[in-house]
Ligand binder design. Structure first.
Ligand code: SF4
Length: 212
C-alpha cells in the first residue's frame, strides 16, 4: 500500500443523494478533481467529449477540498460523520476512478462504510465497492459494462438506451439532460420510459429542491 499517495479532492459535503436508486438517502459526497472527458474549462467545452457537464470538478477549492493522503481523507470523513454516524459514501467527480483505488476503499471499509461510486464507465472499477453507478457518455469508450445501476442522461446523440439493456446491471435509469431544452428532454425521457418499461425515470432531486 502506497501510504504517501495523495488524492485531489474538489469538495466533500453531507447531503441527500438526489439521483437514481438511492435517491433521497443521506450520504457523504467525496468529489474527486478532474475528468477524462472534459478539462472543466468553459472555453474548452465545445471540444470536450462530454459537453453537457453541470459540475465544477476543477481544482481543490471547494468545501473541505484539498490534497489528502489516505489517512487524512478517512480521518476527515470520520470527523464529518461523527454525529450522524452516516455510513453511506458516494465517490463522485469529475471521474473518480482516475484516483479512487483499492487501498483507499479497503481503508474506508475498516470503518464499515457503504461505498458507492458514480463513474462514466471509461475505466474499470477497482475491487471493494458496494454500489456501482455507471453513466455512459456519447463518444467515450465504454468499458465498465456491469454494475448495480446504469444511468443514462437523455437524450444524448449516439446513445440509444435499448442498446444497453442486456448489460449486467440491476437497474436502468434515464435522466433528462439538464440544458436549455430541459422541458423537451423531460418529455422525451418520459416517452422513452413509457415505451420501454425496463427504464425508470431519474430526477435530480437536489436541483428541484435547490440543495447542494
Ligand atoms: S463525464 Fe461526468 S464529470 Fe466528466 S465531463 Fe461528463 S458529466 Fe462531467
Amino acid at each position: 500500500m502506497n501510504k504517501s499517495k495523495k488524492y485531489k479532492i474538489k469538495e466533500i459535503f453531507y447531503s441527500i443523494q438526489g439521483e437514481g436508486y438511492h435517491s433521497g438517502k443521506p450520504a457523504v459526497f467525496i468529489r474527486f478533481s478532474g475528468c477524462n472527458l472534459w478539462s472543466g474549462k468553459e472555453e474548452e467545452r465545445d471540444k470536450a467529449i462530454c459537453k453537457f457537464c453541470d459540475t465544477d470538478f476543477v481544482g481543490t477549492d471547494g468545501k473541505n477540498g484539498g490534497v489528502y493522503s489516505m489517512d487524512e481523507l478517512i480521518t476527515r470523513i470520520n470527523h464529518i460523520t461523527i454525529d450522524t454516524k452516516c455510513r453511506f459514501i458516494v465517490f463522485t467527480g469529475g471521474e473518480p476512478l482516475l484516483q479512487l483505488d483499492e487501498p483507499l476503499l479497503a481503508g474506508f471499509k475498516e470503518y464499515q462504510y457503504y461505498l458507492s461510486v458514480e463513474t462514466n464507465g471509461t475505466i474499470l472499477v477497482p475491487e471493494g465497492l458496494d454500489w456501482i453507478t455507471v453513466s455512459p457518455k456519447s463518444g467515450a469508450k465504454f468499458n465498465q459494462n456491469s454494475g448495480n445501476e446504469l444511468k443514462i442522461v437523455y437524450p444524448q446523440e449516439g446513445i440509444i438506451p435499448v442498446d444497453y439493456e442486456n448489460l449486467d446491471f440491476d437497474h436502468f435509469y434515464l435522466q433528462p439532460k439538464d440544458d436549455k431544452d430541459m422541458d423537451t428532454n423531460v418529455k422525451k425521457t418520459l416517452e422513452y420510459c413509457m415505451d420501454h418499461p425496463k427504464w425508470k425515470l431519474s430526477l435530480q432531486l437536489h436541483k428541484i429542491l435547490d440543495i447542494s
